[in-house]
Ligand binder design. Structure first.
Ligand SMILES: Nc1ncnc2c1ncn2[C@@H]1O[C@H](COP(=O)(O)OP(=O)(O)OP(=O)(O)O)[C@@H](O)[C@H]1O
Length: 650
């Protein structure tokens, strides 16, 4: 530290001491506040509660706004409970709402609660929803951490807080006479910048033309409105690919967790998605991560049944064997085959229509709508299918085996018999368009339908599994509680335009009311992008060459429809010298690997470049098969942020 900067800080400290003199603060609080005030030189703006040191219990004693975000500070002789610090956070967060920087609205994820106690007093550290430190540890919050705000952002937010309440008063900075904030490189004496990890900048350097602000700290007004809205019952978020539905859902979980007690649940049928969402949530609100459970729906049902002493495990091989035993029985399968020859079609009929809807009798099966399943099944064929299904059930029980639908069904029955002793405060269901009706009933039974308890997130154009239902069939009524997101933040305009050409017809749209928006009508926020439509004979050579042409740190994926194609490409790329990772291991980093996997595993992922090689597909040429394929292609294409490569083998 130079002599000059030392003197300058000492002058600031004295000024702060003088400004605070009349307050009769305990000496240790006075020391802390003087230190805060001195930090103005490093871009921190302090607002002091006008009642301090007699601050009401549930309010902060001070709020600081600076490069590392907004600190909701409680200066207390002993560490308060989380209820108290949570109330102080919410009070500050309500003041923050409406703060904006340009068109971007500031989210409460910019804020964290810090409890400061006198030197040597015991603290719980950062194990809870607030960080507790003693007065000697202030560097932990003022000098270390991820840089979240640019100097001008911090000043704008400090101004906003000052203008929203008389309870907070600026200390050592005058909102009327604004000192010009210094740039990051010119920060004062101890240059916090030295040990602040500027992740946002690193991020931007990797993608220089992405002008976005950090999704954790800034949302658009439609997104933030939905995060904060009170819903008197179940609600849904819909919007085309890449419009920030999952981001919104995570913010909402954090928002609700801050204002309630108890556990919250994020669930979906996609096996890999909970892990991805959990990581994102951690980066959004690490202090709250213990409050939210991220669980694949089948895993939830399985664990729940085990807890209730009714363990139900699925042995996939036994299930396949049971089905094949019936499929190979000509007497039962031949009538079905002569209508539709594909085994998977009938597997879907059993899994998604009969068992997926919990149909218990031929009478019900005769009258059930078979949404998205193609041609009508004549009545006599339905009777044959029913016989087929009954034999499948018999085969399962002969093997003492259960399939995935059995697990969901048993969990549902068990919940109906004895509900959860401590219900979740809120449940978010992502990729809702691919649930079965039983799956939907189960989440409704888990969540209940009280205010803010159930949020359904999905997009009918991205449905990749067969079947459909109406929400009312699961006893869910939205009554207009729906949000529609329109701005696509992920894909550049060229990618949106190409994916928008697909006839990915939304057959699902029965999230009963509210309009759906197709990708072609979404607003891509980013211009540019590149789509290469390759056509030729040697696809492998062409794809490998195109992958090699990418810059270092390729951040690329090869997506396929079938598992066998994924295995083929993983082998081919390894042989060509690439580092390959299976798609279900994606964690948003590892840009030096090429990820390979099926589109079913691609939910929740995104890459700078995506390659869609041509692959032979078994198809009977049915309309609903083509539509399903197009929806899968739409999912695959919209995983690409900047570049898309589409192969066609002549
Ligand atoms: N307001 C925002 N500002 C900056 N980036 C955003 C914003 N909203 C979303 N994003 C980014 O856009 C991308 C897509 O968001 P997200 O995955 O939530 O969309 P989605 O609608 O769930 O997509 P899909 O349905 O295709 O899975 C992510 O990289 C996310 O971080």
């Amino acid at each position: 530290m130079t002599e000059t900067s030392h003197h300058w800080q000492e002058r600031l400290r004295r000024e702060a001491e003088a400004e605070l003199r009349d307050r009769l603060l305990p000496p240790w609080q006075s020391r802390v506040l003087q230190r805060f005030a001195v930090e103005r030189d490093d871009g921190w703006y302090t607002l002091l509660n006008q009642f301090a040191p007699h601050t009401p219990q549930n309010r902060p004693d001070a709020v600081l706004v600076g490069p590392l975000g907004v600190l909701v500070v409680l200066l207390r002789d002993t560490e308060p409970d989380w209820e108290t610090s949570r109330a102080a956070f919410v009070w500050t967060a309500e003041l923050l709402s409406g703060a904006s920087v340009g068109p971007d609205m500031v989210t409460e994820a910019v804020a964290r609660t810090v409890v400061v106690v006198p030197a040597g007093s015991p603290t719980s550290g950062d194990r809870g929803e607030h960080l507790a430190i003693d007065e000697t540890e202030l560097d932990r919050v003022l000098g270390r951490g991820e840089r979240l705000l640019e100097p001008a952002d911090a000043l704008a937010i400090a101004h906003h807080l000052d203008s929203r309440t008389l309870d907070l008063v600026p200390v050592l900075w005058n909102p009327q006479r604004i000192p010009q904030p210094r740039g990051a490189g010119q920060l004062g004496g101890r240059t916090a910048a030295l040990f602040v990890r500027d992740l946002r900048r690193e991020h931007r350097e990797q993608a220089p033309e992405r002008p976005f602000r950090d999704w954790r700290i800034f949302l658009d007004d439609a997104q933030l409105g939905a995060v904060r809205r009170h819903y008197s019952g179940p609600a849904r978020i819909t919007g085309a690919a890449g419009t920030g539905k999952s981001v919104l859902a995570l913010h909402r979980l954090a928002y609700l967790a801050r204002r309630t007690t108890g556990k919250l649940l994020f669930t979906t049928h996609v096996r890999t998605l909970p892990r991805i969402a959990e990581k994102q949530f951690w980066s959004l609100a690490p202090q709250l991560s213990r409050r939210v459970e991220f669980t694949h729906r089948h895993a939830w049902a399985r664990d729940f049944l085990a807890e209730r002493g009714r363990a139900t495990e699925v042995d996939e091989q036994q299930v396949e064997d049971a089905f094949d035993a019936v499929w190979q029985d000509d007497g039962l399968a031949a009538p079905l085959r002569s209508f539709r020859s594909a085994r998977d079609y009938w597997k879907d009929e059993v899994d998604r229509v009969i068992k997926g809807r919990g149909i218990g009798s031929l009478e019900t099966y005769r009258s059930v709508p078979r949404k998205g399943r193609g041609q009508q099944l004549p009545a006599d064929l339905r009777a044959r299918v029913w016989q087929f299904y009954c034999e499948y059930e018999r085969q399962l029980s002969e093997r003492d085996a259960f399939d995935h639908n059995d697990v969901l069904m048993r969990a549902l029955k068990e919940l109906e018999r004895r509900p959860l002793p401590r219900p979740y405060t809120a449940v978010v269901v992502d990729e809702v368009q691919d649930l079965t009706l039983i799956g939907l009933r189960l989440v409704r039974a888990i969540s209940g339908d009280g205010p803010n308890q159930l949020l359904l997130v999905g997009d009918g154009q991205q449905q990749v599994s067969a079947g459909g239902w109406r929400l009312s069939e699961a006893g869910i009524s939205l009554r207009g509680r729906g949000e529609l997101l329109r701005r696509n933040y992920r894909n550049r305009a060229a990618v949106v335009a190409r994916a928008g050409q697909l006839a990915a017809i939304n057959r699902f749209d029965d999230l009963d009311d509210g309009p759906a928006v197709e990708l072609r009508a979404a607003w891509p926020v980013l211009r540019g992008g590149e789509v290469v439509e390759w056509r030729g004979a040697n696809q492998e050579e062409a794809l490998v060459a195109a992958l090699r042409d990418l810059d270092d740190g390729a951040d690329a994926a090869v997506l396929t429809h079938t598992r066998s194609a994924a295995e083929h490409w993983a082998g081919a790329l390894r042989a060509a010298g690439f580092r390959v990772r299976p798609l279900d291991k994606w964690d948003g980093r590892e840009p030096d690997h090429v990820h390979v996997g099926t589109v079913h595993r691609a939910k929740g992922t995104e890459f700078r470049s995506v390659f869609l090689p041509d692959e032979p597909l078994l198809s009977g040429g049915y309309r609903e098969e083509r539509e399903a394929l197009n929806r899968q292609r739409l999912v695959a294409m919209t995983r690409a942020r900047d570049h898309l490569w589409i192969g066609t083998v002549d």
